[in-house]
Ligand binder design. Structure first.
Ligand code: AMP
Length: 259
């Protein structure tokens, strides 16, 4: 019988505002160590030391695990925020998002205001919001790399000077989000000041990393999940994002570009 896996989720807030979150799926023997690691990480986040950290551990016993190959990665560097944003919009359009919907989403995630903890789910054609989670947004969760991929992905990132967990976790999340039923594309800009890289991702075009999508002193950011709204089973879509356990496998494929 295969070993039971556990989902570990961390979320941290400061004065009621979201600071950071993270996800892991690990065997029982690693639960204590990874719980401690995520708690420490929450305390080191650039948006401030949180006054509340919640770590949730759930057994995944009896739940089928979906295995997915990591999306291929392309890296693009630009001379200005506006050029990088234009390219992000065209990547979204290439994946099937209408241009007005892509532009509206870009304005929404880059506007100043309280950041969401999760993502907005938008119709890729009309730009209409389809989830009813309000200012909290929808969080994709229950995703991690399989054990072998952790090693391979860490080595591949370190070879390119990309050690650290940001791209690693974002790529696992984007891989799951891109395979959701009805998914079209995703846009992400970090809300961490100083982290100016973001991405546009889709099953067809992979994970396109873009720098700089915002100014270094900006704490604005967010995520948008674009879906094919016609005939979407919203409940099945949201259930997949939240509940289906996904383990992402390597290798990490770099298509081209500067990271
Ligand atoms: P981050 O890359 O962690 O700075 O996150 C950027 C934005 O993406 C956050 O402000 C949230 O709105 C959103 N976000 C972060 N984690 C998730 C998640 N697991 N699912 C959906 N949206 C998320």
């Amino acid at each position: 019988m295969s070993e039971t896996l556990y989902s570990i989720r961390m979320r941290a807030s400061l004065r009621g505002e979201h600071v950071s979150g993270a996800e892991r799926i690990v065997p029982e023997a690693d639960v204590a160590r990874v719980t401690a690691e995520l708690t420490e990480r929450a305390r080191a986040h650039g948006r401030g030391v949180p006054d509340s950290i919640t770590v949730t551990v759930d057994s995944l016993a009896g739940r089928p695990i979906q295995r997915l190959d990591a999306l291929p990665v392309t890296g693009l560097l630009f001379g200005s925020v506006s050029e990088a944003r234009e390219r992000a919009v065209s990547e979204l359009v290439r994946a099937g998002v209408s241009e007005p919907a892509a532009r509206d989403a870009m304005s929404a995630v880059t506007s100043v205001g309280p950041n969401m903890r999760g993502a907005m789910v938008l119709d890729a054609r009309t730009g209409a919001r389809l989830d009813d989670s309000g200012p909290k947004g929808v969080r994709a969760r229950t995703v991690d790399y399989d054990e072998a991929a952790h090693t391979v992905v860490d080595a591949a990132l370190s070879e390119r000077g990309l050690s650290g967990s940001r791209i690693k976790e974002a790529l696992a999340l984007a891989t799951k989000v891109a395979h959701a039923p009805g998914a079209v594309a995703e846009l992400c800009i970090s809300d961490n000041p100083g982290y100016v890289t973001g991405y546009a991702a889709s099953r067809e075009n992979g994970y396109v990393r873009l720098t700089p999508l915002k100014d270094a002193d900006s704490a604005s950011g967010g995520r948008v999940f674009f879906v094919d709204g016609a005939g979407l089973d919203t409940e099945a879509y949201l259930n997949y994002l939240r509940e289906t356990p996904v383990l992402v496998g390597g290798p990490l494929v770099f298509v081209s570009g500067d990271m």
